[in-house]
Ligand binder design. Structure first.
Ligand code: UDX
Length: 433
């Protein structure tokens, strides 16, 4: 099928490339000429393992092209995905002005039947607004359907999550739309569940799923706080919990807390939607609070290890909101490093991919290192904030020698084992152990 994807960010570019890989003819569209030029030069504006190769392959095989023109996309393609960003407004609700703009532009250029599919994470009832917008700007008698097809892509694993999903969720309100969306995902039907429902349910599945995952993380972080006040080990507790198939062992990793462009945004949007619908989603507010507290707890551990932070040398390993991404959005490192600098510490940091993005956000006062050992050298304390492979596989004997005495590590991701650290003579604190 011929498909246009409007918005070539983390979601749009991965979705378009994977749909091309599934055999469809894809046009990825963005109004950012710079971005489109980069893509046409064979470069990728974001870090996502395997994406560059997959884009190249599908471009070469003629199934993937790029454009800045929505008009061209609407003329040539039957299915138009809206994959533009929906950033949070100051009050926490989702900013849908880009979704509206694109819906209008699609409507104004529609001559034949089209399906307009919201791929972006949007609040429930957005489908209704897209319809109203299209009705307002479409030509007399234009035939179309609106559909919802939320994404469940994790940064760093997005391609695998798209091509081998746990489920595909589609929200439609006509048989014709159902037919076409089923055809679009037919290549996946033997390896996953294709759930077709109405638009509102589809929109809600996304917010409810993401908020649940965030709640699971805050839950295990809350339990880790209790572990710290007893002799319990959160890793053992999480393992014991996860063996219950009803709980599952995923997203039970205690740590410095979640970040990224989705959980924080989706949580605040879901709370806002509920409020507008007259429901106080208080448990999700608690999820946000617990998550924010985790950053403070890590700083407290640093103070306990170093006393005053003034003029102390702190090495930070990992800046991105998690490993295998260059994304700094809502990364725990931002709040933590800002606070350390505020208290007079001199901070040097290393991240395999996110340093360039970090430089645009973090205070100029921090030094960026080229590798883990340069970050470790002469640091009074080493702070672990992501579990990048380069960090997990460090030579800890070498780390011990390079650290200023007494060698001290605060591990925000429970990457290392306390017993091993003790054997090496490293003063080691982590989360919930
Ligand atoms: C998430 C959802 O997983 C994905 O389905 C949705 O489409 C987008 O949002 P993403 O934000 O890319 O994906 O990353 P994810 O791997 O879910 O991690 C989110 C945050 O939670 C990261 O900061 C990560 O470090 C943290 N996390 C994750 C934990 O602290 N503990 C865990 O056990 C898992």
């Amino acid at each position: 099928m011929k498909v246009a994807i409007v918005g070539t960010g983390y979601v749009g570019l991965v979705s378009g490339t994977c749909l091309a890989e599934m055999g469809h003819n894809i046009m990825c569209i963005d109004n950012n000429e710079e971005k489109i030029k980069t893509l046409e030069n064979g470069d990728i504006p974001i870090y996502e393992p395997g994406l560059k190769e997959l884009v190249e392959k599908n471009r070469k095989e003629g199934r993937l092209s790029f454009s800045t023109s929505v008009k061209e996309g609407v003329k040539k393609c039957d299915v138009i995905f809206v994959a533009v960003h929906t950033p949070p407004l100051p009050d926490g609700s989702a900013n849908l002005c880009y979704v509206e703009e694109v819906s209008r532009e699609i409507a104004e250029n529609m001559d034949d039947y089209r399906i307009i599919v919201s791929k972006s994470t949007v609040p429930v009832e957005t489908g209704k607004w897209i319809k109203r917008t299209v009705d307002k700007y479409a030509k007399e008698g234009a035939e179309y359907d609106v559909a919802s097809n939320p994404e469940f892509l994790r940064e760093g694993k997005a391609i695998d999550d798209f091509l081998n999903p746990d489920r595909v969720v589609i929200g439609v309100e006509s048989d014709r739309a159902r037919q076409m969306m089923s055809e679009l995902y037919a290549p996946l039907k033997d390896k996953t569940e294709i759930l077709i429902t109405n638009i509102e349910s589809s929109e809600l599945i996304k917010h409810a799923s993401n908020s649940f995952l965030a709640m699971k993380i805050s839950y295990i972080n809350a339990v880790s706080n209790i572990c710290e006040k007893t002799d319990a080990d959160i890793e053992e507790v999480a393992r014991g919990m996860g063996l219950d198939k009803r709980i599952g062992n995923k997203f039970l990793q205690a740590g410095v807390g979640f970040g990224g462009s989705c959980f924080p945004k989706d949580l605040s949007a879901f709370i806002k939607i509920a409020e507008k619908l007259g429901y106080d989603f208080s448990v999700l507010k608690e999820v946000q609070k617990i998550n924010k507290n985790q950053r403070g707890l890590v700083i407290e551990k640093i103070r306990k290890s170093l006393w005053n932070l003034n003029n102390k040398n702190i090495g930070v390993l990992g800046l991105a909101f998690k490993a295998d991404t260059d994304d700094m959005r809502n990364a725990p490192s931002i709040d933590i490093i800002n606070q350390l600098v505020k208290e007079g510490a001199s901070v040097k940091a290393y991240d395999p991919e996110a340093a360039e993005n970090a430089k645009k956000i973090l205070p100029g006062a921090i030094t960026y290192c080229e590798d883990v050992y340069e970050t470790v050298k002469d640091s009074d304390l080493l702070l672990i904030l992501t579990d990048w492979k380069q960090i997990v596989e460090m030579d800890m004997k070498k780390v011990k020698e390079l650290l200023a005495e007494p060698a001290t590590i605060v591990d925000g991701r429970n990457v290392f084992e306390p017993e091993e650290m003790e054997k090496l003579g490293i003063k080691y604190t982590s989360i919930g152990r």
